[in-house]
Design a protein around this ligand. Structure first.
Ligand code: ADP
Ligand code: F6P
Length: 320
């Protein structure tokens, strides 16, 4: 039977989504399946905005950030009536499987469609790396490297001027990105949403670092923990330090994927097709201990991935 699969990218974009798209399309066509791409995530599904994808449609994109299918947030897709509308559309164009590339919210959308009978699998892609069931997500490694690159440049000038550099990074509800970047940069302190720290405790820590002979310092702040500007103000109110503040913003979400993310995306994309082929549907295609495994949606808890407390402790131990 000739199969026809649809693929979409949804939620916040992540470097490596294009590499995953390329892998999905090529692996599906390798099996003589037909592929359609849905533009703008679930919003495009409701607007019936799609295009056929061929081998050459995904040429020259493996190294490009963002997503050629574009992405969107579609709050209305949470409504069962909208999901039914999407299912009717996919049935009308003879699609018998859907591959969703996105984060936690996107997975919820895919799980809803699967519960109503459509085979779906989800490829984890978010710079936040906050999804339950997988140790890695497409885009995380690239974003960490982008932050490290920026922080290393900021540290040069913080060293020269003996300043405390406060750097606000993404992570509205989870601090994996901030923590991993802090560990890679050797930051003096990291603030994450999961573990509130008082400004007094932060300042005490920076003063201890100064007492230990440090003349500059890096404080990484996840946006969900505090605003970089507020942290900077709290430091200058309590000390004679001259804090600087940098908000890295969308620079963290764009750019070419790292080699790690391109390879991860290629493996996850091909494995997603294999999962659909084997009727291993209603699964997250996950990375665990360097292996690609399919995890049933039903096994995923509603909670997000826990912060690595050993890494958190390590950042603090090594930075004094
Ligand atoms: P991400 O996938 O990066 O976590 P969002 O949380 O914004 O991004 O979710 C992306 C989209 O997934 C939402 O705009 C919505 O269309 C869909 N979605 C999110 N949560 C649900 C849900 N509980 N049920 C159905 N669809 C959902
Ligand atoms: O892609 C993940 C993420 O960057 C989060 O860290 C952040 O909370 C959110 O997306 C911001 O996205 P937007 O500005 O597009 O709403």
């Amino acid at each position: 039977m000739v199969r026809k699969v649809a693929v979409l990218t949804s939620g916040g974009d992540a470097p490596g989504m294009n590499a995953a798209l390329r892998a999905v399309v090529r692996a599906a066509i390798y099996r003589d399946w037909n592929v359609v791409g849905i533009r703008r995530g679930y919003a495009g599904l409701l607007e019936e905005d799609y295009l056929p994808l061929f081998r050459r449609s995904v040429g020259g994109i493996i190294h490009r950030g963002g997503t050629m299918l574009r992405t969107a947030r579609s709050p209305e897709f949470k409504e069962p009536i909208r999901q039914k509308q999407a299912l009717d559309f996919l049935e009308r164009i003879n699609v018998d499987g859907l591959i969703v590339i996105g984060g936690d919210g996107s997975l919820q959308g895919a799980a809803s469609l699967s519960a109503q009978g459509l085979p779906t699998v989800t490829i984890p892609a978010t710079i936040d790396n906050d999804m339950a069931g997988t140790e890695d997500t497409i885009g995380f490694d690239t974003a960490v490297n982008t932050i490290v690159h920026a922080v290393n440049a900021i540290r040069d000038t913080a060293f020269s001027h003996e300043r405390i550099a406060v750097i606000e990074v993404m992570g509205r509800s989870r601090g994996h990105l901030a923590l991993t970047a802090a560990a890679a940069c050797g930051a003096e302190a990291v603030l994450v949403p999961e573990l509130p720290v008082s400004m007094d405790a932060l300042v005490e820590r920076l003063q201890t670092c100064r007492y230990n002979g440090k003349h500059d310092g890096i404080v990484i702040v996840a946006e969900g923990a505090a605003k970089g500007a507020d942290v900077s103000q709290a430091i200058s109110e309590r000390t004679a330090f001259e804090p600087s503040v940098t908000v890295l913003g969308y620079i963290q979400r764009g750019g070419a994927p790292s080699a790690h993310d391109s390879i991860l995306a290629s493996r996850l994309g091909a494995a997603a097709v294999t999962a659909l082929e084997g009727n291993d549907t209603a699964h997250l295609i996950a990375s665990r201990a360097q292996n690609i495994v399919a995890v049933p949606y039903a096994e995923l808890s509603q909670t997000k991935r826990e912060l690595d407390m050993e890494l958190y402790q390590l950042v603090h131990e090594l930075s004094m």
